[in-house]
Each structure stands twice: as C-alpha cells, then as structure tokens.
Design a protein around this ligand. Structure first.
Ligand SMILES: [Zn+2]
Length: 236
C-alpha cells in the first residue's frame, strides 16, 4: 500500500485503545481510505492489541472486503460502512463496549460534558435502540447493513452515540481525533457517575463545550504522543 503512515496510525490506534481500556478482546477502529472516499480500512477480526499492518483490510461501503485473502472480517463492520456512507465529514470511527459509558446507554441518564476535555459531547449524545430497528429478538450486534444504517440514523450529526445494552460509537475527522473522543467520553462517563453521587452537577454549557472542543482539537498531537509512548513502554 502507498499510504503507510496512515496504516501506522491505524495500527497504533488499535494498540492505544486497548492500553487505555477502551477496547479489550472486542471493539474496533477504522479510517476512511485517504484516496478513495468510498472505501475504508479496518483490521481483520482480531483483538485490537495484537493487530499489525498485515491485518488491515480494505472495505467497500457495502461492508464487503475488497481483497479478503482468507482473512475474516468483524461481524460489526457495518457500523463503519454505514456511518461512512451517511457522514462524508467522518474519516475515522471507534466502536467499543467500554464499561463506564454503559450505565448511560441503559438508564436514560444523559451523558453530558462534565469538563473541558469532553466538550465534543456538548451537542448531545443520542442513544441507539436496536429494538426500534429490528424488534425484540436480536443478539444486539450490528450485523447487517440495515442495522448499520439505523445506527447511523440515530447518530445523526453527533460526535458520539450510545448503543443501548451494547456500547458506543465515536466518530471524528481523523484517527487522532476519534481516539481522543473515545478515551475522553469514557473518562467523562466515569467522572459524571462519581459526581452525580455527590450532588447536582453543573455541566459545561453549549458555548463552553463548543469552545473547549475547538481548543482541544488544536492539540491532539500531545495526548496521542503520550498514548503511543505508553504502548511502547508496555512493549519494552
Ligand atoms: Zn459491539
């Protein structure tokens, strides 16, 4: 492939998201193809921590691999294909089942920006209800294009959406931005749950959230360097 630096970043994103507790044996991260916007790159079906260059596959927006070469794809790749189809502004996507956000996906308690690191949540966090799309008898997974399309519909123009009884999806304009969002949404959920036990929470207002998000988007390289260094230290 001719775009190795992007593959490097995608492989790093897999390792970072595991190291930071966002994904474990499950969950995945993708990036839109830099030259063909109708395609995207995603690992074969593997635990993110062990993903390498050779595992990155190319997919069409129908969710089918371009050249599978015997590699098995994730069941839930339609999360990625249908969001890329619906959102031309999105260039990277993380799907995870990280623990702290799950309570917000099942209770109706709104996940809202509790501090400046999570201003990207300020425009609202939709909750996807799979029963609305596919009835009461599913395994909760986004295993068809139709379910992916329904999820993309719930996401709308948001940066982050919850999936009831399942997990979340973060979207961004770049791998670095989406990794940032996946990590800080999880931190926000944890802080919000702690703060809610102490008293009434003063959340960021719309302007504060928007301004903070714009400021942090200018310095995405800094946490990315830290997260990469942590992965390297662990592998040493
Ligand atoms: Zn999932």
């Amino acid at each position: 492939m001719t775009f190795d630096p992007l593959i490097d970043d995608l492989v790093s994103a897999n390792h970072i998201l595991c190291n930071e507790g966002i994904v474990d044996g499950f969950g995945h991260v993708s990036v839109r193809h830099p030259e063909r916007p109708g395609r995207f790159l995603l690992s074969r079906s593997l635990a993110p921590a062990v993903v390498g260059h050779e595992d990155i596959m190319e997919f069409e927006l129908d969710g089918e691999p371009v050249d599978a070469r015997g590699r098995r794809a994730y069941l839930e790749r339609y999360i990625h294909s249908e969001i890329y189809r619906a959102r031309p502004d999105v260039h990277a996507i993380v799907h995870s089942h990280s623990a702290a956000i799950i309570p917000y996906a099942v209770t109706g308690a709104a996940l809202r920006p509790i501090y400046h690191m999570s201003g990207f949540l300020g425009a609202g966090v939709p909750v996807f209800e799979i029963r609305d799309a596919a009835g009461a008898d599913t395994d909760m997974l986004i295993r068809t294009p139709a379910l992916g399309k329904a999820l993309a519909g719930s996401l709308g123009s948001a940066a982050y959406a919850l999936m009831r009884g399942h997990g979340s999806v973060a979207v961004g304009a770049s791998i670095k931005q989406v990794v940032y969002r996946a990590i800080y949404a999880e931190v926000n959920a944890s802080l919000q749950s702690q703060a809610s036990r102490l008293g009434e929470i003063t959340f960021l207002n719309e302007a504060e959230a928007k301004n903070a998000a714009a400021t942090n988007d200018q310095v995405l390289e800094r946490p990315w360097a830290l997260w990469k260094a942590r992965v390297a230290a662990r592998n040493r």
